[in-house]
Design a protein. Structure first.
Length: 418
């Protein structure tokens, strides 16, 4: 059995053209008119395959092939929403790989041992409300109806109202959550969004774990004053304090934490933010990630100790707030083994690796066995118009998806004949 890469790219190009920002990357937020167009196109393709289609109250799409087999399905898919001015492949490629897998199984009249189900998660990127993976969080019961009513976008509109106005039965989400016995396994194909596979000349990444994360907001307050009339030894300057904390962060993590630990300061604000005024207050955010809690704890400890030390040295008041976190998600050894054996059989040059980015697959580990396939991203670019993966790498990843699903859901003699 072999995927049809030309057919997959035809669908990819069709959906990529559905964007709010033509010529400036893909902008396709969940619950937007662009999202509706992409959904309608995909639903048409699913209906042509005679799949059993269900759309839950948050817009998650589940389309089943083998609907007459009364067993838990193998779930495959990803998401179709994007960040603003994003790339072509993030999420969408995983959906189309899943769709192509089902097409080939149907064309080959594969004798299924259990159903295969295409999943499209809503609002993975968090572009509307600043909350990632909302579709899988709703599906697995992490978010209630009350949560959706309290979560709002920048315009003050609630998630509940936006989803309801999109025409979805959001009031029923708490009756639609999935249980552990409802899904046999899940596989998600995704671009790496990093440069490891390209750097090491690997075609396939088999994901072992999805990193956990803690995000801290650090606030430093000093004494705002005139930049020209205040002597240096009489200053209480929070931006100097912030620099003293941020500057050593990279070298400290590289030398003292684990090889898998990463820490990033990606947002900083200053008040009053004027060129001739000593700041009154500085806020910055520290993002710490690892697949081992020891690494995240190292960054946390550094932050607590360094902030206290700097605040005392520069006569500042300080506050550290944990504003977000996600758990470390080890993936299924069983599914990893299936992927590895199929990669070896196909002669793919692969690497076992971890994911520093979060994915819907991570949430699904609470209800089933999960595996992930990574394919290389050129220069590690993602969430931007420069996002790119080679056709041959995409084809290899999709072919591995097909072979793994066949191993899990198709009678063995059928696989051997093909």
């Amino acid at each position: 059995m072999k995927i049809n890469i030309e057919r997959l790219f035809k669908d990819l190009d069709r959906i990529v053209a559905i964007t709010k920002t033509p010529g400036k990357g893909c902008t396709r937020f969940s619950f937007s008119s662009e999202d509706r167009q992409a959904r309608e196109y995909l639903l048409t393709l699913m209906n042509e395959l005679d799949l059993c289609i269900k759309v839950d109250g948050f817009g998650n799409i589940r389309a089943t092939y083998g609907k007459n087999i009364n067993l838990p399905p193998i779930l495959i898919g990803s998401h179709i929403d994007t960040v603003a001015n994003g790339g072509k492949y993030d999420g969408l490629l995983g959906v189309l790989a899943a769709l192509e897998t089902i097409r080939v199984l149907k064309e080959e009249n594969a004798e299924l041992t259990r159903p295969v189900e295409l999943i499209i998660f809503s609002e993975e990127e968090g572009s509307n409300f600043g909350v990632t993976m909302m579709g899988s969080k709703v599906m697995t019961g992490k978010y209630s109806l009350a949560d959706l009513k309290s979560i709002k976008n920048n315009e003050g509109k609630s998630c509940y109202d936006i989803v309801k106005n999109f025409g979805l039965g959001v009031d029923h989400i708490e009756q639609e959550t999935i249980r552990k016995d409802e899904i046999e396994a899940m596989i998600e194909l995704h671009i790496e969004q990093g440069a490891v596979l390209e750097t090491e000349n690997k075609t396939i990444g088999i994901v072992q774990a999805i990193a956990g994360m803690k995000t801290f907001k650090v606030t430093l307050e000093g004494d705002s004053n005139h930049a020209g009339t205040t002597p240096m030894d009489l200053r209480s300057d929070p931006i100097v304090g912030a620099a003293s904390i941020i500057a050593p962060l990279q070298s400290t993590v590289k030398s003292g934490a684990l090889p898998t630990t990463v820490a990033t300061v990606g947002k900083i604000s200053c008040e009053p933010n004027l060129p001739n005024v000593i700041p009154q207050k500085v806020e910055f955010f520290v993002d710490a990630r690892d697949v081992e809690m020891k690494g995240i704890d190292f960054v946390t400890d550094y932050l607590v100790e360094k902030v206290s030390e700097v605040a005392k040295e520069h006569s500042l008041t300080s506050h550290i707030e944990l504003v977000g976190q996600s758990q470390i998600k080890p993936l299924s050894p069983h599914i990893m083994n299936v992927l590895e054996q199929e990669a070896i059989a196909a002669g793919f040059n692969y690497k076992k690796m971890n994911s520093g980015a979060v994915h819907d697959a991570g949430l699904m580990t609470d209800v089933t066995d999960v595996g992930m396939i990574f394919i290389p991203s050129l220069k590690g670019k993602s969430h931007c118009p420069d996002e790119f993966s080679k056709v041959e790498d995409i084809e290899a990843g999709c072919q591995l998806m097909l072979k793994a699903v066949a191993s899990l859901a198709v009678k063995k003699h059928v696989i051997q004949e093909k």
